[in-house]
Ligand binder design. Structure first.
Ligand SMILES: NC(=O)c1ccc[n+]([C@@H]2O[C@H](COP(=O)([O-])OP(=O)(O)OC[C@H]3O[C@@H](n4cnc5c(N)ncnc54)[C@H](O)[C@@H]3O)[C@@H](O)[C@H]2O)c1
Ligand SMILES: O=C(O)C(=O)C[C@@H](O)[C@H](O)[C@H](O)COP(=O)(O)O
Ligand SMILES: [Zn+2]
Length: 359
């Protein structure tokens, strides 16, 4: 087992990464204050892993909430089901919520924990590659609004993150590719050597080779933990974790949540950010092509959906959370491994990229 720490002073927490961790009660117990535990999961993950977690937590009074699967259910109505269950079972302020599932479950459980009786503890047990490398770490929680992704939410950190890499064995290939999008993101924004390693090992990563995938999870979490520790509430540098997301979130909202997976939209969105960085003369054509090839090799889309037009992007991107005083700010690359968040770009570069879609 490997361990990392998200360093946030008295709210610091461990990330445990390894095989068989779902059975290890001793990793969870130090982070559970009372007798009551509420496991929140979805109806795909429940039949796979809920009973095992129930056995691990047999010392506690355990309530489980099984939500419908998928991004389309990351909304108020589903969130309400968590509150209804907690109140129905008389869970008090010392309860601990546990998110067992992918990023949708993690984001909603975290938000429920932030709100229930004004804040209770929660633990992340991510079971998708994407949630293991990204969403379970850093405390961004929330739900979608028809007008924009993750528009309602809170920064609220978990007490611990438990990554059992064995859970990836049941993950469909499309979801593996979606997770690889966020892994590639870390290489693009922060670590050129890691990007090279991903390029060299893509086939093994897609096949979930245990040694390779554990290394990729570890490096991804280490980068995320470092960025979050430097800027927990996205006042500055944390926004680099949003590479490709301004375009990607527009794709998700346009297509209807759940039609494109988050990681797929981020894959195509990162290509648009790369194109813009090259258009601005910051990234060489060779580096742009190389990065695009890595994204394609991960099994991700590299072009936006055919029906989506430039004005759709402009409209949906105008509500992005990085917009300040009406000014669009984007995460762009100065070179591979070095990202910048800026509104100071020549608007014609964006015009050119948007004019090129669908061609
Ligand atoms: N909070 C953050 O920092 C952050 C970061 C990245 C993404 N996100 C959010 O995370 C969400 C995407 O997360 P996701 O890709 O995990 O999607 P998801 O939660 O929808 O899970 C993907 C699918 O995999 C299934 N699944 C989960 N674990 C499985 C397993 N072990 N075996 C088989 N099937 C399994 C789920 O039921 C679902 O059908 C988006 O809502 C995105 O906005 C948040
Ligand atoms: O943790 C972050 O910060 C990120 O931006 C990680 C992203 O991968 C993730 O999709 C996040 O939910 C996007 O945040 P948002 O603030 O743009 O909704
Ligand atoms: Zn993301």
């Amino acid at each position: 087992m490997q361990q990392l720490t998200v360093d946030l002073g008295d709210r610091s927490y461990p990330i445990h990464i390894g095989s068989g961790l779902l059975d290890q009660a001793e990793l969870l117990k130090p982070h559970i204050a009372g007798r009551q535990v509420c496991v929140v999961t979805d109806d795909t993950v429940a039949p796979l892993y809920l009973e095992r977690l129930r056995r691990t937590l047999s010392d506690y009074s355990l309530l489980s909430v099984v939500l419908p699967t998928g991004e389309a259910f990351k909304n108020w109505a589903t969130l309400q089901q968590i509150f209804d269950a907690l109140l129905g079972a008389r869970h008090d302020r010392r309860t601990t919520l546990i998110a067992l599932g992918g990023g949708v479950i993690g984001d909603m459980t975290g938000f429920a924990a932030a709100c229930y009786q004004r804040g209770v503890d929660f633990i992340q047990i991510p079971t998708t590659l994407l949630s293991q490398v990204d969403s379970s770490v850093g405390g961004k929680t929330g739900i979608n609004h028809p007008a924009g992704k993750n528009m309602i939410g809170a920064f609220y950190q978990p007490r611990a993150v438990l990554i059992d890499t064995d859970t990836l064995a049941t993950l469909p290939a499309r979801e593996v590719s979606a997770g690889l999008a966020e892994i590639i993101k870390y290489g693009l924004i922060r670590d050129r050597e890691f990007l090279q390693w991903l390029e060299d090992n893509m086939a093994g990563l897609r096949a979930l080779d245990p040694e390779l995938i554990t290394r990729a999870i570890h490096r991804s979490c280490a980068i995320k933990a470092e960025v979050v520790a430097a800027d927990e509430r996205e006042g500055g540098v944390r926004a680099i974790l949003n590479l490709g997301h301004t375009f990607g979130h527009a794709i998700e909202a346009h297509q209807g949540y759940g039609s494109w997976l988050h990681g797929e939209a981020v894959g195509a969105g990162m290509v648009m950010a790369l194109d813009m960085s090259a258009e601005l003369g910051w990234l060489t054509d060779q580096d742009r092509q190389r990065a695009r090839n890595i994204i394609a090799a991960a099994g991700l889309p590299i072009t936006p959906p055919p029906g989506m037009r430039a004005e759709d992007f402009r409209r949906l991107m105008s509500v992005d959370k990085k917009v300040l005083d009406g000014q669009l700010r984007l995460v762009l690359l100065q070179q591979l491994g070095q990202a910048v968040v800026t509104g100071a770009f020549d608007g014609s570069a964006l015009d050119t990229v948007l004019a090129g879609i669908g061609q």
